[in-house]
Design a protein around this ligand. Structure first.
Ligand code: SF4
Length: 506
């Protein structure tokens, strides 16, 4: 594990990678992206949704390709968008199947592959000898080389997209299910592409948990600096959910990294219409730019606070008193800044520290980025909201930020994917119902996921889950296992309630 003093991640810079005719990384502005959730085979609907996403300011749209015919449909979507004057790049999202990746790479500007499920030489295996480990890696190499040659021929960029919920069993066996494992998984794939002298690469490491997202991406930047890699980094918090919770979670996770200079492109994953992700991505981007951390202040702060592993301020550690939220109305206009917080902490690290939020001068997103970064690093003992108006709603926002940074749990935790072409039920409606029904189950984790293909891995840790299994139907999971199958979506929440009643004291 990296030592606290090891701060070379702070000096990570990326080179420019071209995706189509658009540069990512280097001196380019932060690029914003989203993903369609229409069935990819429905070319007209996917074109229309892509246009809606581009029209609100996206730089790139990603589309899932689950099979060869969908990879080909993305080619048609590309053509129709170009004919309509939308020349921005498209990315095809691939899981499980290198042949689909090759088809898609011929048709769009970028493909995303997931190293966790790209090649699986030993299905079901959990423990790997060194020889088996190397054999699987060799198989990945052999499978990836033909893809690299297609990408080179067609000028297609590749995102190596690590997801905390779908790490390969091989990686987990060697490194555990940890932020370091996510980084190692990325480096293994990067090395394969590098050995073929292919560098049109972007890397992402995502998790549904804000703390894991922050630590893993700092470790990735650190590894890049140590190895002299300069690939742009794509940021996102997966399964962030919807409404204010999803926005606060995304701001805290993505914004914390951006303000320390990590990240070249972002995707905010909300369980809402994808075009709604772009305005919030813009707000996060603008806020992080405005609140960019001063490197020297950060360096001193991280001499005390570990950037990579759990840290808790001395005051809370010794008193065991959790952070609190209070409402006040007694200070002049004040806008919180990360440098101010980090400087104060350096001076008074054993003292109780309150974080002040004045909603009149600082938006919830702005506050979630600055205070979220500080709280996620284990600092701060209270949030004081300085307002006379809407006290209840600001109070809830502050609680939401404490919950998302893991500092104070006051409600159930909800994980939900943004949905994609694999989703065939009304996930947005079911998520709202689940949140209403179960919010008061403090600390219990519920997941609402679009599909049973990636959903079980990506909701890892959730006690209860509703996952789309066939059109208008879901499977219900308990402790990671399906316990009710093919339930009509209209009955899903009632069935889940029975299960919860059987298992929770409430
Ligand atoms: S869990 Fe399934 S439906 Fe949801 S975003 Fe991932 S692949 Fe798409």
């Amino acid at each position: 594990m990296k030592s606290t003093q090891d701060l070379s991640w702070f000096f990570y810079t990326s080179r420019e990678v071209m995706i189509g005719s658009l540069g990512f990384g280097g001196s380019n502005p932060l690029r914003l992206q989203s993903m369609t959730n229409t069935p990819t085979a429905d070319v007209e609907a996917t074109v229309a949704q892509s246009i809606r996403i581009f029209d609100v300011g996206a730089d790139l749209v990603r589309i899932t390709a689950q099979n060869i015919s969908e990879a080909k449909a993305i080619g048609e979507i590309r053509k129709k968008l170009s004919d309509a004057g939308y020349l921005q790049p498209l990315a095809a999202d691939i899981h499980f199947n290198p042949a689909i990746a090759i088809e898609a790479a011929r048709r769009v500007e970028k493909i995303r592959i997931n190293p966790g499920n790209f090649v699986n030489l030993f299905p079901g295996k959990l423990r790997f000898s060194n020889e088996e480990y190397d054999n699987e890696l060799d198989k990945i190499y052999q499978t990836t080389v033909p893809l690299i040659s297609v990408c080179r021929k067609y000028g297609t960029a590749v995102r190596i997209g690590i997801n905390g919920g779908s790490l390969s069993k091989r990686i987990i066996d060697r490194y555990g299910n940890t932020p370091q494992a996510m980084v190692e998984s990325a480096i293994e794939f990067l090395n394969i592409f590098r050995s073929e002298n292919f560098h049109e690469l972007i890397v992402s490491i995502k998790a549904s948990d804000v703390l894991t997202t922050i630590r893993a991406n700092r470790l990735l930047a650190q590894a890049f600096v140590e190895k002299g890699f300069q690939y742009p980094i794509h940021l996102g918090v997966t399964e962030a959910g919807e409404g204010e919770d999803g926005r606060i979670k995304s701001a805290a996770g993505i914004g914390s990294l951006l303000l320390d200079g990590i990240g070249n492109t972002i995707r905010v994953s909300l369980t809402e219409a994808p075009e709604k992700e772009i305005p919030i991505a813009k707000e996060i981007a603008a806020s992080a730019l405005k609140n960019a951390a001063h490197k020297e202040t950060a360096r001193k702060f991280f001499e005390t606070v570990s950037p990579f592993v759990h840290y808790l301020n001395e005051n809370e550690k010794s008193s065991n008193i959790k952070p609190v939220v209070g409402i006040q109305n007694n200070i002049p206009e004040f806008s919180l800044q990360i440098d101010l917080l980090r400087n104060m902490f350096k001076q008074y690290s054993n003292e109780k520290m309150a974080i002040v939020w004045e909603p009149k001068v600082q938006s919830a997103i702005d506050f979630a980025i600055v205070a979220g970064s500080f709280l996620a690093d284990g600092c701060g003992n209270a949030i004081r909201v300085d307002t006379q108006k809407d006290t209840g709603s600001y109070y809830q926002t502050a609680l939401s930020l404490l919950q998302t940074t893991g500092r104070l749990i006051t409600r159930a935790a909800f994980t939900s994917c943004p949905s994609c072409g694999r989703t065939s039920y009304d996930i947005e409606k079911i998520l709202k119902q689940v949140k209403e029904q179960f919010a008061s189950y403090i600390g219990v984790q519920f997941a609402v996921m679009g599909c049973i293909v990636n959903g079980p891995g990506e909701m890892a840790g959730a006690r209860y889950g509703i996952l789309g299994s066939k059109p208008n139907h879901v499977d219900i999971y308990f402790n990671g296992q399906p316990v009710l199958k093919a339930i009509h979506q209209d009955k899903a929440v009632a069935e889940l309630k029975k299960l919860v009643d059987e298992n929770e004291q409430h």
